[in-house]
Design a protein around this ligand. Structure first.
Ligand code: SF4
Length: 279
């Protein structure tokens, strides 16, 4: 399958492929728009997504030096009351652990199989001049287990790309996987982030995993992007009615908010406009 010119692999499109090859095909190759609602309570779903995006924006502005008092006002004026609590949690627990050079909303990419792997990081911290620490802010109410987070494509992709391309953030220019750490910080569980270290073995496994995944996509014939057999993946998919996988969507109560892609709700931030460092 020939992908569109300049197609980059991101955590979002890889996750779509892993969830359902047919969703990947509809979204990125056919570029099919389908107006199905993600969940029954679509307005609340949208509001939750927007609240996550607004919280990311608050944190970004704070890290870029906007005054705390100004950001307090913005948080308090937000229609979603949860944001104030997340914001207070952030201010109490996160700044004390951000010791080092900060790279806010930074994108990095690295080539793979004639395409690029691309990651947008909420924050990369260079600590002790040699440690590269990823911070990813999450606003889901649930805090997943470490083992589950380790297997997420976002974790694999973000740590791998930083090990490949993070040298520009250091004096040494090269990065050993052991220098990379990924922190998921949960606004609703703020005391300590979930910390995932990295090493050479995991790096090599991730490289093989990502190459296999991309090769599989590139080798697939158009007619072989099959629909997933796991009907759970269809519950919140926008193509549900297109695929005849039920007219009613899943309810918001059982939706795993962790998998909500806040990038889809970003109001003012455009992924393509964010400064990117390429290798
Ligand atoms: S509704 Fe199900 S089968 Fe159809 S694209 Fe979405 S996940 Fe795939």
């Amino acid at each position: 399958m020939k992908l569109p010119e300049g197609f980059d692999f991101t955590q979002s499109n890889l996750k779509d492929y892993l969830d359902c090859p047919y969703r990947f095909y509809l979204k990125y190759i056919r570029r099919t728009k389908w107006p199905a609602l993600l969940v029954d309570d679509a307005l609340e779903f949208e509001e939750r997504g927007k609240a996550g995006a607004r919280f990311h924006r608050l944190v970004q502005q704070y890290l870029l030096g906007i005054s705390e008092s100004r950001l307090d006002e913005i948080a308090e004026s937000n229609p979603n009351p949860e944001i104030v609590g997340w914001w207070e949690n952030f201010l109490q627990f996160v700044p004390p652990i951000l010791k080092g050079q900060q790279y806010v909303e930074t994108s990095l990419s690295t080539p793979m199989l004639n395409h690029r792997l691309l990651a947008k990081y909420d924050l990369i911290l260079v600590a002790d001049k040699s440690q590269l620490v990823i911070f990813d802010w999450k606003t889901s109410s649930k805090r997943p287990k470490k083992e589950w987070l380790l297997n997420r494509v976002q974790t694999r992709l973000y740590r791998y790309i930083l090990a490949q391309a993070g040298g520009s953030l250091l004096i040494s220019d090269t990065v050993n996987p052991e220098q990379v750490t990924m922190n998921y910080w949960f606004a609703a569980h703020p005391e300590v982030p979930v910390t995932l270290t990295y090493d050479q073995k995991a790096y090599e496994e991730d490289q093989t995993y990502l190459e296999n995944c991309i090769n599989e996509i590139l080798d697939r014939k158009e007619e072989n992007f099959f629909r997933t057999k796991d009907l759970k993946k269809c519950r919140y998919c926008v193509y549900r009615s297109h695929c005849d996988r039920g007219v009613r969507a899943g309810d918001l109560e059982s939706f795993e908010g962790f998998e909500m892609n806040e990038e889809d709700f970003e109001l003012d931030l455009n992924f393509d406009q964010i400064q990117e460092i390429e290798f």
